[in-house]
Design a protein around this ligand. Structure first.
Ligand SMILES: Cc1ncc(COP(=O)(O)O)c(C=O)c1O
Length: 409
């Protein structure tokens, strides 16, 4: 990535986010990001101007129906899904549980499900619970030294009974981008479906579900500068094998998988992200956003993040009393989610100190409970996690480093 980011660009992007004008330094973005004004405005306008039920014949209902449809279409563009279906829901956790429940109605007992130990519990628990229905769970174990799940181990446990391989595209603690194409290729060799958790990847890079060849991919819209919802894409072939949980007389997809419908005002908010991406790539508000512009917008975001990651990793790496979990470098195979532990201070002690400074970070297992256990950490104390996105600045990272310097001694 050679794109350079000047202050004018950063300021232009930051000015879109009203929350960034306050005093808090947001470095807990992997928990949830801030929203551009366009997202909040779209929600407000929808609720005040067309807050009616979908599918009726009157004008306002037609407008409301179009908003929900357009949100699905925009998410498809964002995820790079040329065919297949976009299913929206309250959260990634809810969508993945719904997916596992749908599979539980078609998989035969004895089918095997491979679950990566590095996963967030949202893409672990729903599969592990299927053991009660006679499925066999096989763990794709994390190497406690490298903190990665080796491809060779996946290759060893895959077999003709494997139905599903569930794994994170990026761990929400480690920040490393795994080779999703290679994992998918191996799984497909035995006819298994992959369920990739893209929550920790999607705020930083353009998703490309068709290019990767995955079967299922989920992410949380509230971590990608939008409202509190989740989105999941399924390939046409994968969706066709399942029946969603909605009422028996509803057979259209995705509605069949959207029990009780989706948040309509949330859909309006999702469309606000399209407005923001147009600002990022400097095209007019009336232009229809293209896939190339989506990719370009995320390239800008990556370029914004890169020097900040380098600064943060450089500092943490310079300390002999700190162990970075995940890649200890600022290469392009990692995102700006950086976790560490200290040799003598607890993670809670460190964050309590930082909390008093107005810099927002977090400690704990962040629901990657099993990863913490496998890494030999007490999950409750877990790690100190700093998670930056494109709207953060070098000055903010330097301010955090100053506070950490104080906290770590
Ligand atoms: C990697 C990862 N997967 C899944 C989830 C669950 O997402 P949601 O809060 O939308 O259920 C999170 C939330 O933090 C996450 O970080």
């Amino acid at each position: 990535m050679t794109m350079t980011v000047d202050t004018a660009l950063r300021n232009r992007l930051r000015s879109q986010f009203p929350a960034l004008q306050g005093n808090t330094i947001f470095l807990e973005n992997a928990g949830g990001s801030q929203v551009p004004a366009a997202v909040a405005n779209r929600i407000r306008d929808y609720m005040l101007e067309s807050y009616v039920q979908l599918g009726a014949g009157y004008e306002l209902s037609k407008r409301a129906t179009a908003v929900v449809q357009e949100a699905h279409d925009f998410v498809r563009l964002l995820m790079g899904g040329h065919e297949g279906e976009v299913i929206l829901g309250p959260s990634t956790s809810a969508l993945l549980q719904m997916l596992a429940d749908s599979y539980s109605r078609v998989l035969e007992p004895g089918s095997e499900i491979i679950v990566a130990q590095t996963g967030h519990e949202a893409n672990v628990g729903p599969w592990v619970r299927m053991e009660r229905l006679g499925m066999k769970i096989r763990w794709w174990k994390m190497d406690p030294e490298t903190l990665t799940c080796p491809l060779e181990q996946l290759d060893e446990i895959l077999n003709e009974r494997t139905a599903i391989v569930a794994f994170p595209h990026v761990s929400n603690l480690l920040g490393e981008i795994v080779d999703i194409g290679a994992i998918t290729g191996l799984a497909h060799q035995v006819g298994a479906k992959v369920v990739a958790d893209g929550v920790a990847f999607s705020p930083h890079r353009a998703m490309d579900v068709a290019g990767w060849g995955v079967d299922w991919y989920a992410y949380s819209t509230y971590k990608v500068y939008g409202p509190h919802m989740g989105a999941m894409w399924g390939s046409a072939a994968a969706v066709a094998e399942l029946t969603g949980p909605n009422h028996f007389f509803i057979d259209d997809v995705p509605y069949q998988f959207e029990l009780g419908g989706v948040s309509h005002e949330g859909c309006a908010g999702i469309l606000g992200l399209a407005d923001y991406l147009k600002v990022v790539v400097e095209v007019g508000p009336e232009t229809e956003l293209s896939r190339a512009e989506v990719e370009q917008a995320f390239e800008v975001m990556t370029a914004c993040e890169q020097p900040l990651i380098a600064e943060l990793i450089g500092y943490l790496d310079s300390r002999s009393d700190v162990r970075i979990l995940g890649p200890g470098h600022d290469g392009t195979d990692r995102v700006g989610t950086v976790s560490f532990v200290h040799t003598s201070k607890s993670s809670s002690e460190i964050t309590e100190h930082v909390d008093r400074s107005g810099v927002a970070i977090r400690h704990g297992h962040m629901y990657a409970y099993r990863l913490c256990e496998a890494a030999g950490l007490d999950p409750d104390d877990g790690v100190v996690r700093i998670s930056l996105v494109h709207y953060n600045t070098l000055e903010e990272i330097d301010q955090l480093i100053g506070v950490l310097q104080d906290a770590l001694g």
